[in-house]
Design a protein around this ligand. Structure first.
Ligand code: HPA
Ligand code: ZN
Length: 329
């Protein structure tokens, strides 16, 4: 099974590029850019990676992201992730970034998008891995601040396919961003949203009402039979992240995770790594953890991957081309 998992073609739909910042790179950039972080060495960084909940993770994640300054930093970060994709047989990735985290520190958006897209182009040319970029709005900030960020993103429309919503969930429901989502849609962006990670299933319903075409996480959907039925009938993809849910205590134990049960009910469930540098592993490790805890069949493992292909923002032709890789494998 381990070998089957390693070579299974994978598509990643829920990955925060700032969440791929490995401790070594964090320390290096902290020194290079002279940005102090509250950790002196690798051990101290790793010790900080014991989280109680989403917020305790976000505090460390934003401290980490503060070391990213130059265009080359964003390039190096993204390139390192694309090399991980190669190793994990990820053939396509849809990558989140948090523009406000950088704009707020005075980093121009051109540097952020420039560095990331440069690495994505190189990955397409040299590694044969395709990708798209999704800009996430920080939900702990106001809608007004989000709209300002959205306006800065408009000139980069050709590089950014969708707008997402992330950060501290409880108390910041999707409905707080009704106008922002409407504006993003008018501008031609697709919409996705983190919902039902820590907060309840009504956040998922709200995200769908606002036009989200995928739900990031969605773990709490099973508290409503009606919602589960809706997600099934409409094939609304759930981009689930097992190791993240375990690290942030969304699930006490992966044997209790609902992702396989939801797959078996016919939902479009996918497996993703979220913030792999913080949660203990990239795609293969997530697939392996699911196998160890829940023992899905090979067919079910393949289905997670095929679901991700179906749920991706690629064109019909691109999907057909990637589908061939499943039968070569
Ligand atoms: N949830 C919310 N915000 C985030 C996450 C997450 O899992 N990762 C990075 N920002
Ligand atoms: Zn996430």
């Amino acid at each position: 099974m381990k070998q089957f998992i390693e070579t299974l073609p994978k598509i990643e739909l829920h990955l925060h590029i700032e969440g791929t910042l490995e401790p070594e790179m964090m320390l290096h950039l902290s020194q290079k850019n002279q940005i102090p972080i509250p950790y002196q060495n690798l051990e101290e960084i790793k010790r900080a990676y014991r989280f109680q909940n989403l917020q305790s993770f976000l505090d460390v994640y934003y401290a980490g992201a503060s070391v990213l300054c130059e265009q080359e930093d964003f390039f190096d970060l993204t390139w390192a992730y694309m090399l991980q994709c190669k190793e994990n047989h990820v053939i396509h990735s849809e990558i989140f970034f948090d523009p406000q985290t950088h704009i707020m520190r005075g980093i121009p958006i051109s540097r952020v998008v420039g560095g990331i897209t440069q690495a994505l182009k190189k990955a397409k040319e040299e590694l044969g891995i395709s990708s798209v970029l999704i800009a996430c709005i920080l939900r702990h900030l106001t809608q007004e601040e989000g709209i300002k960020a959205l306006e800065e993103l408009i000139p980069y429309k050709k590089d950014i396919v969708a707008i997402g919503l992330d950060s501290s969930e409880i108390g910041n429901p999707p409905s707080k961003f009704r106008e922002l989502f409407a504006r993003a849609k008018e501008e031609g962006f697709l919409l996705v949203a983190h919902a039902g990670e820590e907060a309840d299933y009504t956040y998922i319903q709200e995200a769908l009402e606002l036009g989200a075409s995928r739900i990031d996480h969605g773990v709490q959907c099973d508290k409503s039979e009606e919602l589960v039925e809706f997600l099934k009938i409409h094939r609304i993809p759930l981009t689930m992240c097992p190791l993240s849910n375990y690290a942030l205590k969304v699930t006490p134990d992966l044997t209790k995770h609902n992702l396989l049960e939801l797959l078996r009910k016919g939902l479009c469930v996918t497996i993703n790594s979220d913030d792999p540098a913080y949660f203990g592993g990239y795609m293969n490790t997530n697939f392996e953890a699911v196998y160890e805890a829940l023992h899905p069949t090979k067919e079910e493992m393949r289905q997670f991957s095929l679901n991700a292909l179906e749920a991706s923002f690629l064109s019909y032709e691109e999907k057909e081309e990637l589908k061939r890789k499943f039968f070569e494998a």
